[in-house]
Design a protein around this ligand. Structure first.
Ligand SMILES: C[S@@+](CC[C@H](N)C(=O)[O-])C[C@H]1O[C@@H](n2cnc3c(N)ncnc32)[C@H](O)[C@@H]1O
Length: 325
């Protein structure tokens, strides 16, 4: 049985290590260019992933960009094959950086998917406020999620992802039947293609508890996790209950958790045994009610100005006074 929305008290479905129509949850360990071969054609309603960026993380070896793109080709072919005709691919990427030169990966991936017949519906900018401070260019504060569909006939549940309008009381001003009536949608407005989700909280979760080693509730040993909330928005908009969601580079399993949490079936592909084990542990924690995650739609934390990290360091105040003399 598929679990109902956000219900953590159901028993975990069995985690199968091979694909079967009867499964609800599958973890395929190994290289996804191979493991994806066991999944039937046109079967996945949503494929959502963040591939390795070739930036020398612990799970990858940095190589030149053309070689990186060539190596990933067999996997892209498999991804397109298993994507349902009315399904969506969400491909989330940042930059490959070499000797301070920036190569935005979405620009490199776009032609590959276009050549395979996919149609771009949105290039979503996922904006966050914290990260490394660059010294020779402006600091990077967004990544990109390319949303493609396989055909023109695709699931898009806009009402399920509307956000509160800024001015719900706005009314129609043009003369006619609707004059003076509310002009917006009672369910809220379209969330647009710029998403400000919780990334900033990953770094700011410790603001009010300075001496405690405080991590974001979702943080694991994986070096670059999706926030579950990012995946959830895609799941609500682009799938229905009971649909398959696939992450071909599933890492710590955030996409899998987002799918299970919302009554979807999930497949993860991951080559590193330690991340497969981590995903299984997170699934177990989820069904035991022990998984920490940020509730969907929780407002982004706004500093009050009283936190220690919001205040100008005493050393800078002294420097400024001396500079004025
Ligand atoms: C950018 S991370 C994805 C993180 C994931 N979105 C999460 O929330 O944890 C990419 C993952 O792909 C895995 N990976 C890299 N190459 C792979 C391959 N050929 N087949 C399967 N997994 C691979 C890496 O081990 C890494 O965990």
């Amino acid at each position: 049985m598929i679990n109902s929305h956000n219900n953590v008290f159901f028993k975990s479905p069995e985690i199968s290590d091979v694909f079967s129509d009867k499964s609800e949850l599958v973890m395929l360990e190994g290289d996804s260019s191979q493991t994806l071969k066991s999944i039937p054609d046109n079967s996945m309603r949503l494929i959502i992933t963040s591939p390795p960026y070739n930036i020398g993380k612990s799970y990858e070896k940095e190589i030149n960009l053309p070689e990186y793109m060539d190596n990933i080709l067999p996997t892209l072919d498999e991804i397109v094959r298993v994507l349902a005709n009315d399904g969506s691919l969400c491909w989330q990427v940042g930059n490959y950086v070499n000797q301070s030169e920036v190569f935005p990966l979405d620009i490199f991936y776009y032609p590959y998917f276009k050549e395979r017949g996919l149609k771009l519906r949105n290039r979503i900018v996922w904006h966050f406020e914290h990260g490394l401070h660059a010294s020779k260019r402006f600091s990077g504060r967004y990544e990109v999620l390319l949303w493609f569909t396989k055909t023109d006939d695709y699931v898009f549940n806009l009402d399920d992802v509307r956000v509160p309008s800024k001015y719900p009381g706005k009314t129609n001003y043009k003369p006619g039947d609707k004059y003076g009536k509310p002009s917006g949608n009672p369910l809220g407005k379209n969330p647009s293609d710029i998403w400000r989700l919780m990334q900033q909280e990953w770094e700011t979760a410790l603001w009010n508890i300075p001496n405690v080693k405080a991590n974001h509730p979702e943080k694991t040993i994986h070096p670059c996790q999706f926030p579950i909330e990012l995946v959830e928005r895609c799941i609500f908009a682009l799938t229905n209950q009971g649909d398959w969601v696939l992450d071909p580079y599933s890492g710590s399993g955030s996409a899998i958790l987002a799918a299970l949490k919302n009554g979807r079936k999930a497949i993860g592909c991951e080559k590193e045994h330690q991340y497969v084990a981590l995903t299984k542990k997170r699934i177990e924690d989820f069904y035991n009610g022990h998984l920490g995650y940020r509730p969907l739609g929780k407002p982004v934390y706004q500093p009050t100005g009283r936190e220690k990290v919001s205040q100008i360091p005493i050393e800078w105040q002294i420097d400024k006074r001396q500079a004025k003399k």
